[in-house]
Every structure is written in C-alpha cells, then in structure tokens.
Design a protein around this ligand. Structure first.
Ligand code: WAQ
Ligand code: MG
Length: 270
C-alpha cells in the first residue's frame, strides 16, 4: 500500500461501523484530445473504510490490464454513506445455459424475456438495440416492456446503476460457487442485476459484455439471473444493457433508485 498513506489516514479518520464508502470508478480513452470519448470500463463498490485504499488500488490495477484499451481518463469518486440508509436486498438465483451459436442464445433470450413478462416485440427490440450500437455506452437503456419504446433520455450515455455491492464477500463467493460460477465479472453482474430487479415496476433485463473476449451475457427477472452463452462473437467490443419496465413506471423514481439508493446484496442464509 505504498504512497497511499495520507489517503488512508483521511479515510480512517472516518472509520466507524456507522458508515460505508461508495467507490465509483470509470475509465475512458480519447477523453483528452478533443475526439469522441470512448467508454472503457466502470466499477461500483460499497465497502468499510479500512478496505477503501486496497479496493482503489485493485481497481487501478484492473484498469491498466483492461482488454478494451488504454485509459487516458480515470475518474474515481468516493462518498461516505450512512449505513442506516442502505437497503439489504436478496441475490437472484443463478442459472447457466450454453448454446452452439449466438443466434440460438438470442432465441433463448427472447423466449426467456417473454417468460419474464416482456412482449415479443420489446424483446426483439432490446436485442436489436444492443446489436446496433456503434459504440458501447457507459450505462443501459430503459425500455417499455410492452411497446419496446426507449423511455429514458440519457442518449449515448445511458443510465448507470451505482452504490451497490454484496453484503458479505466470502458468503457471496460461496453462493456463486454453489451455482458453479466465479470471478469478478459474474460477481458484479449478479449484484447489478439483483439491484435492478428490486426496482419498482421492473420487469426484466438483457445484457452482454463490451469486453472483446467475453461472450457470455444474461437475461434477468425479479427472481432469476440466467446466463446465456454466446451472446456475441469473439473480438466484438460492443456490449450493452437494456432494462425492461412496466408502462406505469415513474421514470424519475426509477433513475433515482438506480443511481442513488445504496444497496447491499444478501445471499440466502443456510
Ligand atoms: N449500470 C448500467 N449499465 C451498465 C453499468 C452500470 N453500472 N455498467 C455497465 N453497464 C452497461 C454498459 O452499457 C456497458 O457497455 C455494458 O453494460 C456492459 O458492461 O458470466 O461484463 O461491464 O454471468 O462489460 C455479463 C455476464 C457480463 C457475466 C457483463 O458487462 C456472467 C459485463 P460490462
Ligand atoms: Mg466491460
């Protein structure tokens, strides 16, 4: 933890079990030379004060090893959060399905989304919207689950879920292992999908990664995180997320929950 001494002191000054720290990191390329900024990666954590320095250091290490490219802008924001404000919400159950082709995975994604309450038109629209992106967004798109119409006005940026983590890391990792999965990407995606699923008027989610070598994606409902592979071809560095919501949704409340409500995702007790 060399060179992190002063920073550690500032955080430790706030060391108290009444607070956690939200750490939000985002990296981009072409952010400083007037060209179009390219989103590389982002990360959202919620940890006790004594973990802040090591989490930040790990995130910096991950950015420098990232397969989407070299960052020329890294934004790290740390906010102190009162524990009393944090909601504890349940983790989705995990399923994994493998297919021979991307077309078969997309076909299953559509069937699954319909099973979760999305209309056939809206499910197709979700797949097409991600497939037709010309660059990956920082966040996701919000679609009406009946009409397939995009209802957020976040344009190329999209809406980002933030202020989330698992409640107990070892318990979360063994919960994942019980379902035969592991690793940072799955961990982050299950936490994100579990938070999204807790939103009022949420119906389902569709996602695949923007990392060129990572072809597994998922569909999620209020209960299930269903991994589907392959959702894209190798070397493709465009991915995205679509959140399907009821027509009755209050968009401002939804965005406020996604962006600002701190949550810790809990696994079922044994
Ligand atoms: N909030 C909303 N949308 C986001 C967020 C966020 N915090 N983070 C990423 N996105 C959007 C954005 O458009 C990205 O381009 C896209 O999702 C993909 O992000 O094996 O790695 O972080 O079970 O590349 C899913 C499968 C991996 C994991 C998803 O997404 C598994 C993944 P990535
Ligand atoms: Mg990525």
């Amino acid at each position: 933890m060399a060179n992190m001494g002063v920073f550690q002191l500032v955080i430790e000054h706030n060391l108290s079990s009444h607070y956690l720290f939200s750490i939000r990191m985002r990296a981009a390329a072409n952010a400083n030379d007037g060209g179009g900024e390219q989103h590389l990666s982002g990360c959202e954590r919620l940890v006790p004060g004594n973990q802040v320095a090591s989490v930040v250091q790990n995130l910096l290490r991950r950015i420098s090893a990232h397969t989407r490219g070299k960052a020329d802008m890294i934004n790290i924001r740390i906010d102190k959060i009162k524990r009393a404000k944090i909601w504890q919400i349940p983790a989705l159950k995990i399923e994994s399905l493998e297919f021979a082709t991307m077309e078969q995975s997309h076909g299953n994604a559509i069937i699954s989304l319909m099973e979760f309450g999305v209309s056939e038109i809206a499910a197709h629209k979700g797949i097409e919207l991600i497939k037709n992106l010309s660059a990956s967004m920082r966040g996701g798109m919000v679609l009406n689950a009946v009409t397939g119409e995009r209802i957020d006005n976040f344009g190329d940026r999209g809406v980002r879920l933030s202020h989330m983590d698992c409640k107990n890391e070892p318990a979360f990792l063994s919960f994942m292992a019980e379902y035969g999965v592991g690793g940072e990407k799955v961990r982050e995606a299950v936490i994100l999908a579990s938070k999204a699923a807790f939103a009022k008027d949420y119906v389902a989610e569709l996602c695949w990664s923007d990392d060129p070598h990572y072809v597994t994606g998922y569909v999620a409902s209020k209960e299930i995180y269903r991994r589907l592979s392959p959702m894209k071809s190798k070397e493709d560095n465009i991915g995205g997320r679509v959140f399907f919501v009821k027509s009755s949704v209050n968009l401002n409340d939804l965005i406020d929950f996604f962006e600002n409500q701190p949550v810790l995702v809990e696994v079922p007790r044994k």
